[in-house]
Design a binder for this molecule. Structure first.
Ligand SMILES: O=C(O)CCC(=O)C(=O)O
Ligand SMILES: [Fe+2]
Length: 209
């Protein structure tokens, strides 16, 4: 491969796939009820990794809840069901799933997450690592916020694609793809009108060949 062709590979928009109507309205509504009832238990999101996490509201501003109550098994099963299709579609090397790491994130007025990747580039002593990222949107209708697009960047150069957060849409992309959440505007400021999402990271064992 010539140097020019090789550099074009990294200039390209990275691979991603979209599944519309991923959970179905009934599960989306139960999820939304769960998030709204648990408002008080959401905590500010942090950045960092296994070795240390910190608040940085200049870089990431949103709120997170990791408790899914009775919804967890049902959700994990749905995310697991779509994994093989995503690995194939994104041409990732097949891997055995160690576990799905899931969390609910609420972006309200002024919230965002600047450009980052979802993989840790150090601390290889962690037992599992993120391979594939899934983001599912489940806001209330009518939608009451603007912005909040998910921007996926090419590895080098200026290329990017913006993905609109639509209710019950799942976006999947390799966890190493640089991406960001553009600022959200939610003029009412009402928590129930937030841009709600589930992050699902498909993790593989680091010991796997
Ligand atoms: O909400 C999104 O669209 C992406 C969120 C994200 O990149 C993250 O939490 O790591
Ligand atoms: Fe991310």
């Amino acid at each position: 491969m010539k140097a020019k062709e090789a550099s074009n590979l990294f200039d390209r928009i990275p691979p991603y796939c979209i599944v519309q109507d991923f959970l179905g309205n009934d599960l989306v509504e139960r999820l939304l009820d769960h998030a709204i009832v648990r408002e008080a238990e959401f905590a500010p999101t942090k950045i960092g990794n296994y070795a240390g996490q910190r608040l940085d509201p200049e870089f990431r501003l949103s709120q997170v809840l990791r408790d899914f109550c009775g919804l967890r098994p049902e959700l994990e099963a749905r995310f697991e069901d779509v994994m093989a299709r995503a690995v194939d579609g994104l041409r990732l090397a097949p891997f055995d799933l160690a576990r799905c790491e899931i969390e609910i994130v609420a972006h309200n007025d002024g919230a965002f997450f600047k450009r980052h990747i979802d993989t840790a580039t150090e601390y290889p002593d962690e037992k599992t690592q993120r391979v594939l990222t899934g983001v599912l949107y489940f806001h209330a209708l009518p939608k009451n916020f603007g912005g909040g697009q998910l921007r996926l960047y090419s590895f080098v150069g200026e290329g990017f694609v913006d993905i609109e957060p639509e209710r019950d849409k799942l976006v999947l992309f390799p966890a190493w793809v640089p991406h960001e959440v553009l600022p959200v505007s939610c003029p009412s400021g009402e928590f129930a009108k937030s841009r709600f999402s589930i992050n699902c990271w498909y993790r593989r064992s680091r010991l796997q060949k």
